[in-house]
Design a protein around this ligand. Structure first.
Ligand code: TRP
Ligand code: SF4
Length: 326
């Protein structure tokens, strides 16, 4: 029997290279080893974007198309939309019965978001419960492991605490503590050297036009000390070089040498990077065009994912209802 994983992504924007290296390429690899559930976390997105439901709706299908284009295979994995499986909210409520308020208030991601996000009001009842719903997502499918980035570890720890308390109170072993499958820290920086993010507008979108991507790469800042072509460069201080390291490590040495020996200029170096990134994105782009021709097919994928997820979720909820005598 394969072990099971569940992971989710909030449909808060279009996907970019950061999602590809941070999650999607990992998800794609895990598909052969695990039974996978990949979920569009629209309830989680609504917790902060409750004023923009249309934006979320527009991104939802678009994100799923990107998942499929990047190699998520509906024959292997169950792909579904969180809000289409009602049991997520039901189990979330049950778990909230026993989740100590203090644990949620002290959660580092919660405190950080309250501090950092200033353009909308996150001091809501729902947003405090964000990790409880995430625990429900995971436990509904009795996932053995959850592929996540480091930022999500506090939520996994909370899930484990909730599991221990639930099993203790109801004298059951209904749930097992899920493990975090930490995605290797291939942190891709944005075009300006900060974290790649839609809100910084420093990203390369998976579905952007090649010419736009070329321009974006050509505008990247390089080694600030390299003014003339004849100056030796410092690749380790150059964000362009970090892109070579993340995506084309086989070429790293060569680029490093040419840079430190002032054999190539930055414009040529960036042009070559752009060529290579466009080559990397070409098959994704092609698959995307193909998928866009048949949106009905994507709806079918989502509805069969929903059917599979629902039947799993119903079973878990029946067990939980039994324990709660309801
Ligand atoms: N909180 C996750 C994020 O922002 C998304 C998410 C929702 C998730 N439910 C999940 C991830 C369950 C893993 C498992 O990235
Ligand atoms: Fe960066 Fe390439 Fe210029 Fe060196 S040659 S500084 S690696 S862009």
């Amino acid at each position: 029997m394969k072990k099971r994983i569940l992971s989710g992504m909030r449909p808060t924007g279009k996907l970019h290279l950061g999602h590809l290296v941070g999650a999607l390429s990992n998800w794609t690899k895990l598909q052969s080893e695990y039974e996978c559930f990949f979920m569009v976390a629209d309830w989680h997105a609504l917790m902060s974007e409750y004023e923009n439901p249309q934006m979320l709706k527009d991104n939802m299908l678009d994100n799923v198309i990107d998942w499929l284009s990047c190699g998520i295979d509906p024959e292997k994995s169950t792909i579904f939309i969180q809000s289409h499986v009602a049991e997520h909210l039901e189990l979330s409520f049950v778990l909230s019965l026993i989740t100590p308020l203090g644990l949620l208030e002290r959660c580092p991601t919660y405190k950080e978001q309250l501090r950092e996000v200033t353009n909308r009001d996150l001091s809501t009842y729902a947003f405090l419960g964000y990790p409880v719903l995430q625990a429900a997502d995971i436990l509904l499918y009795k996932a053995d492991a959850v592929p996540v980035g480091e930022d999500q570890l506090p939520h996994l720890e909370l899930t484990r605490q909730i599991v221990r308390k639930f099993n203790h109170i109801y004298k059951t072993d209904c749930f097992a503590e899920p493990k975090a499958l930490l995605t290797e820290a291939t942190r891709l920086l944005g075009l300006d050297g900060r974290k790649m993010s839609k809100s910084y507008n420093n990203y390369i979108g998976l579905s952007e036009e090649p010419e736009v991507i070329r321009k974006k790469i050509q505008n990247m800042i390089t080694d600030p000390l390299r003014i003339r072509l004849s100056d030796a460069g410092h690749p380790h201080k150059c964000n362009v070089f970090s892109y070579y390291s993340v995506f084309f490590s086989e070429q790293k040495q060569e680029v490093e040498q040419r840079c430190t020996k002032a054999l190539t200029g930055c414009t040529a170096c960036k042009k070559e990077l752009a060529d290579k990134i466009l080559d990397l994105l070409a098959p994704i782009r092609e698959k995307r065009q193909e998928l866009l021709k048949n949106k009905k097919h994507i709806q079918e994928i989502l509805s069969s994912g929903e059917t599979k997820a629902s039947s799993f979720a119903r079973k878990t909820m029946a067990e939980v209802r039994g324990l709660l005598k309801i």
